[in-house]
Design a protein around this ligand. Structure first.
Ligand SMILES: Cc1cc2nc3c(=O)[nH]c(=O)nc-3n(C[C@H](O)[C@H](O)[C@H](O)COP(=O)(O)OP(=O)(O)OC[C@H]3O[C@@H](n4cnc5c(N)ncnc54)[C@H](O)[C@@H]3O)c2cc1C
Length: 255
């Protein structure tokens, strides 16, 4: 299957490559980089072999207050079903783009909620592994393979007010293509504050820029190349190290 990351990645950067399609749970991912919805990726002109789940892994099923989802299911479908079924716990996915596999791999979330708070188990193709058996942390999870299916614990009552407030916060985020936050927040500080403090808020290289609106969003203003984005990333790392002796850690994945 042909995948053009310039079109299908959220930051609209990358090349067009032939990707392996994963159609069954026996797939051996060694040697492949597994791509979900490509909302957290910066893909180089020469990426490693890419593999993508096929559409049969885009499904949702409710078993009482447990949501079972295929690895390719988009976050938006999860929120819609939770709203319809009046079940809460995953409201924080409102406006947070990604597929179930990517959400788990990144332990995606907000300041006070993340995927592992609600994750019950994951099927990597060899049966159910309890979430407690999977090492995880801030925007991090040590996965044991491809996420084919996962289950989340819900609770009665979808919180519409919470959803509305989260969507209002999203509305103030940069509108240009991005991959969300570029760097993780160092403990006790904010990557955006540090980027601004070293004079890189709004800084531009070619078509790439650290957003004027939110300095930790690396945005594509139009025609940004992989090299433009990498230049800004390296510059931010260098300046923040020089000024604050802090090593910024990437949240986005360079492929
Ligand atoms: C506008 C915008 C706002 C965002 N806001 C937030 C936010 O508030 N909080 C937050 O945490 N993130 C945020 N993000 C980042 C992104 O939404 C999350 O990281 C999301 O979890 C990425 O999911 P994905 O399916 O796109 O994964 P991808 O970007 O495709 O991949 C990310 C990682 O997941 C792995 N992966 C993907 N699918 C699978 C699978 N099936 N099995 C195993 N590994 C897999 C990949 O190998 C890679 O390491 C934002 C992004 C954008 C564009």
């Amino acid at each position: 299957m042909r995948v053009d990351f310039q079109h299908c990645s959220s930051i609209k950067i990358g090349s067009s490559v032939e990707a392996a399609v994963i159609s069954d749970r026996g797939f051996d991912p060694s040697g492949f980089f597994v791509v979900g919805a490509a909302c957290n990726l910066l893909v180089s002109p020469a990426p490693p072999p890419i593999a993508i789940l096929d559409r049969s892994f885009d499904y949702l099923r409710l078993e009482n207050e447990v949501l079972i989802a295929g690895g390719k299911t988009p976050s938006g479908r999860i929120v819609s079903l939770c709203k319809k079924a009046d079940l809460g716990g995953l409201e924080f996915l409102s406006g947070l783009p990604g597929s179930v596999g990517g959400l788990i791999a990144m332990n995606a979330g907000l300041k006070d909620a993340c995927v592992f708070d609600r994750l019950l188990w994951v099927d990597f193709g060899r049966g159910r592994i309890a979430s407690g058996e999977i090492a995880s942390g801030y925007r991090f999870a040590k996965l044991q393979g491809v996420v084919f299916e996962a289950a989340f614990r819900l609770a009665k009552g979808f919180d519409r007010a919470l959803e509305a407030s989260l969507l209002a916060v999203r509305a103030s985020q940069p509108k240009e293509p991005s991959a969300g936050s570029c760097f993780k927040n160092p403990s006790g500080d904010y990557a955006g504050r540090l980027i601004e403090a070293v004079g890189l808020r709004g800084a531009r290289r070619g078509g790439a820029s650290f957003s004027q609106k939110h300095a930790n969003f690396l945005v594509n203003l139009g025609g940004a190349s992989f090299d433009d984005a990498i230049w800004l990333i390296d510059e931010a790392k260098r300046r923040v190290m020089e000024s604050f002796n802090i090593a910024l850690e990437l949240e986005i994945k360079i492929v």
